[in-house]
Design a protein around this ligand. Sequence first.
Ligand code: DC
Length: 203
Amino acid sequence: MIVTIDGVAASGKSSVSSGVAQALGVPYVSSGLLYRAVTLLGLQGGVPLDEAPALLPLLRGVHLEPSASGNHVWQADQDLTAALHSTRVDAGVSTVATLPEVRAWVDAQLRALPAPFVAEGRDMGTNVFPHASAKFYLTASPRVRAERRARERPEDIPAIEAALTERDRLDTVQSAPAPDARVIDTGPLTLQGVIDEILRALR
Ligand code: DC
């Protein structure tokens, strides 16, 4: 069984996926973390983020460790996870995510994982797992998302909202909902409200 939870940036996908996965007793899989790891390694290696041939050799030994409570990305025995949510990585990740070679590398990592799991990202239901048992797509207005993110980062809400709107624009191509996904506007719901709605739909 594979459940996909896609959605726009800062729509609450990770927290919702973690909650749903814990209720189901399965891991969740954060595909965005792999795109973030490619970005981090490119920045650290001083490689232009739009050059796939320069980025791919940096990925040797990189792998995702899914769990129900949180995912880690490792490169050999080094845990990269803590560095993946910086503003610098946020700003570069959309460039990396447009590269077909990088997308193919991420997709291969994801498809090699043993089911069952909850897969979270942008194109889980459309591209990576089109035959998933159930598909969800989370939305919320840019302002609501910026207010949520401001609780995690020391930046002002208008600056976060502008960065999110720009990332929405750059991520448009891979962010379309699957035609068979249930779209949930998380704006008026609490985190537990979204998790409950998904669990009800799964039953
Ligand atoms: O979900 P996130 O914010 O951690 O994702 C980071 C970036 O990775 C996002 O801006 C777009 C990209 N991404 C993608 O293109 N496809 C995915 N399946 C997941 C993320």
